[in-house]
Design a protein around this ligand. Structure first.
Ligand SMILES: C[S@@+](CC[C@H](N)C(=O)[O-])C[C@H]1O[C@@H](n2cnc3c(N)ncnc32)[C@H](O)[C@@H]1O
Length: 209
C-alpha cells in the first residue's frame, strides 16, 4: 500500500529547526496584534477555542511532542486560522531564549505533566527556570494562567510564583460548566472533569520590572 505523503502543516506547525534566531511575531502572524503563549499545548483545544473567540489576539502554542503539536496544528490548518501557530520544541528553551523580551501579553500553562516519580520530578516543565523565562517575555500587566488537577504540583507552582514577588495577588478564575464536548478549556480539563476531579486554577498579573 502506498504511503500517504505527510500533510505540509506550515505555517501552522513549525519546529525550532525551521526558525533562525529569535522569533519574529510580525513574520509569524503578519500583524502586530498582542501575542499569548501556551506552554505544552497538547492537542490544541485551548488554542482553537481562544483563537476563534479572540481573532485580534495571536496565539503561539509550544509543544515538546511533535506528534501532539502536529495534531494540534491539523485542527488549526482545517480552520485556516491566521492567528494561531504551533511551535515544536522545549518551552524552557523557547521561553527562555527565543521569544523576544517583553513581547507577550499572557502565558498559559494547563495541566503540565506531573512526573510523579521523585527521580523524574526534575523533568517538570514549571520550575524556576521556566518562571524566569516567563518574567523575561511577559509585558508589565501581562497575565500568567495555570490550571492543574494535581494539588501538590499546584502548591509547588503557586509557591514558586509567590517567592519571586514579580507578580500581583493570586486570583482564582471562575468555573463554568461545559455546554458540549468541545466547550472545555483544554482536552485534559475535559478528561479530568469527566473523572470528577477538582481543577486547581490560578492567575497572576506581572508587576513593574
Ligand atoms: C498533560 S499534557 C496537557 C496538554 C494540554 N495543555 C491540555 O491541557 O490538554 C502536557 C503537555 O505538555 C507537553 N510538554 C511537556 N514538557 C514540555 C516542555 N518542556 N516544552 C513543551 N511542552 C512540553 C507534553 O508533551 C504534553 O503534550
Amino acid at each position: 500500500m502506498a504511503l500517504q505523503p505527510r500533510l505540509d502543516l506550515r505555517p501552522y506547525f513549525q519546529t525550532l529547526d525551521d526558525i533562525d534566531g529569535p522569533l519574529n511575531w510580525e513574520s509569524l502572524f503578519a500583524n502586530d496584534n498582542p501575542v499569548e503563549v501556551e506552554v505544552g499545548a497538547g492537542r490544541g483545544l485551548f488554542l482553537v477555542n481562544a483563537g476563534l473567540s479572540n481573532p485580534e489576539t495571536n496565539y503561539l502554542g509550544i509543544e515538546l511532542s511533535y506528534k501532539e503539536g502536529r495534531r494540534a496544528a491539523r485542527r488549526i490548518h482545517k480552520r485556516q486560522m491566521p492567528n494561531v501557530r504551533v511551535l515544536g520544541g522545549d518551552a524552557k528553551l523557547i521561553v527562555g531564549e527565543r521569544i523576544p523580551v517583553n513581547s507577550v501579553s499572557a502565558v498559559h500553562v494547563y495541566f503540565p505533566d506531573p512526573w510523579w516519580k521523585r527521580r523524574h520530578k526534575k523533568r517538570r516543565v514549571f520550575d524556576d527556570v521556566l518562571l524566569q523565562g516567563i518574567r523575561r517575555i511577559l509585558i508589565v500587566g501581562g497575565n500568567l494562567h495555570v490550571w492543574t488537577d494535581v494539588e501538590e504540583y499546584f502548591q509547588v507552582m503557586t509557591d514558586l510564583v509567590r517567592e519571586t514577588s514579580w507578580f500581583g495577588p493570586q486570583i482564582t478564575p471562575a468555573e463554568r460548566a461545559a455546554e458540549h464536548d468541545l466547550d472545555y478549556h483544554t482536552s485534559f480539563e475535559r478528561k479530568k472533569r469527566k473523572l470528577g476531579l477538582p481543577i486547581y486554577r490560578a492567575m497572576w498579573s506581572m508587576l513593574e520590572k
